[in-house]
Design a protein around this ligand. Sequence first.
Ligand code: GTP
Ligand code: MG
Length: 597
Amino acid sequence: MQQEDMSIVIVGHVDHGKSTIIGRLLADTGSLPQGKLEQVREKCRRSSKPFEYAFLLDALKDEQEQGITIDSARCFFKTKKRNYILIDAPGHIEFLKNMVTGAARAEAALLVIDANEGIKENSKRHGYLLSMLGIKQLCVLVNKMDLVDYDNKIYEKIVKEYSEFLNKINIVPSHFIPVSGFKGENIVHKSEAMNWYKGSTVLEVLDSFTSEKPQKDKPFRMPVQGVYKFTKEGDDRRIVAGTIESGMLHEGDEVVFYPSGKKSKIKTIEAFNEERRKSIGAGHSTGFTLSEQIYVRRGELAAISEQKQPEVTTRIKVNLFWLGKESLKKDKEYYLKLGTAKVSVKVEEILRVLDASSLDNKTSQLVHRHEVAECILRLEKEIAFDLSHDVMSTGRFVIVDNYDIAGGGIVLEALEDKQSWVREKVIMRNYKWEKSQISDERRAEKYNQKSTLILITGEKGVGKKALGKALESKLFEDGKIVYFLGIGNVLYGIDADIKSNSDNKREEHLRRLAEVAHIMTDAGAILIVTAVNLYEEDISIIKTIVNPEKIEVILVGDSKKSALDYTLHIADINPVESNLNRIKKMLQDKGIIYKSM
Ligand code: GTP
Ligand code: MG
């Protein structure tokens, strides 16, 4: 049988002995390449430097650069029980980046405290982060016991003090161990100098950690990395690719993609460089084909329909850890990355700020470096995710400020936003949608156009309708499949049942208009809609219903009176002919229609 793997992260304040302990573990379990230890000792002797176990890691790193076993942050060793991947977390910032981006999927942690120096701020911060990131198995190593004459009182004092801290953040460490990385005491071999300690060695504790439950009982989650076309001519199939973050996938499963709610069935599982298989689980990069073609894109989250579904919204309550040099502030634009989704984000509210080492609470309008804050974030676009206590890997995110990872955190709560009521309906509509056998692309090819919603808006009396109708005629004469829809066409027909005194009258009008637009664009048409004074909020409703990539906004009249994000601005509809040519040029530039030969 294949042995299981377990990733362990090793954290702690600078110089408290993380690398030394890893070096020791490797040396004393006989996991080093032959002659490595002697070679490093010899090198130290020649340069009259005292030997350090940490040098072993550097030596191994150099080898790795030549393509051998070890990479910069990770070391491997085995026991009879399993294979270990030790993740050395040197700088603070690197540590968090690794943890949060999931590069280090540690299942357990060793936290090192120098007995001589005692508990430092970082000892606490790291503890806090482990708890925040949901790492529940923790062993605390009180290191450098040789420097304090193996005094059990010093050890007990640290145990007491640090336990109190961990208590407050709801972590119960599985063990405390007094060790000396340097002398190799209680690492792999029991210490004679500390015969007052009756507990396990580090190695024994590692073997006592339990491997995370097979992810089978967790819901299936795969953030979509990309959708690739089979390269063979005439092959219409697409492979949806990504890494499975949790759960299992089987051929025939019904999958739903969020935020859209579109569903299909798994036809085949296409693992890379592997034989065809009928099922695949968490941790694997994979791809699959679908039995019905649906439009899916990077950033969506795949789930299985009978299982717990992910959350979808633009507002989230989070706990985040800030690392940026510049403090986190409200209303500044950052990027949030979660799974494969990347969206623009602003802080709506900072609810409370916590010092991760003193655990002091305060209210503040800024979050400084190394502080933790509970905040409400507002995303520019909806994303799909999980609450961190449901599925950690799709419930954590990083925040990017100016290309740099400036913070990371976990999602505590999905909050309602203004589009929640529409979104629910759209997800259900997509879920229940009866799919055609004709794909979007086939339609586009046949009709020689990409279906699009052209929204013409502006103040009353600026000539929107005249322009819209003229555009319809022009495109029609060009052979396009095009239709003009004035808002009045919907108002007295489809909307006839909406009471004039109902609360959400405007929103409901817009929702229905957008649903009509969704059907028309799905049918392959270019639909021209005119509406008075659309606001950004109105457009948000429409974008929740119609694929935002299929919407072009044309603003007519005075652009100063509108804060709208438009594709094209026409100050005066006259001369109509030249404006129609401008619109046509825009449609050509966007690849919606093609230049005639
Ligand atoms: P950073 O990676 O810089 O955060 O440090 P680290 O935590 O990896 O510490 P490292 O293992 O490099 O050890 C720092 C210093 O402490 C080195 O000089 C080690 O020799 C020394 N040291 C580590 N463990 C022990 C120990 O058990 N006893 C004594 N006396 N010295 C130790
Ligand atoms: Mg180190």
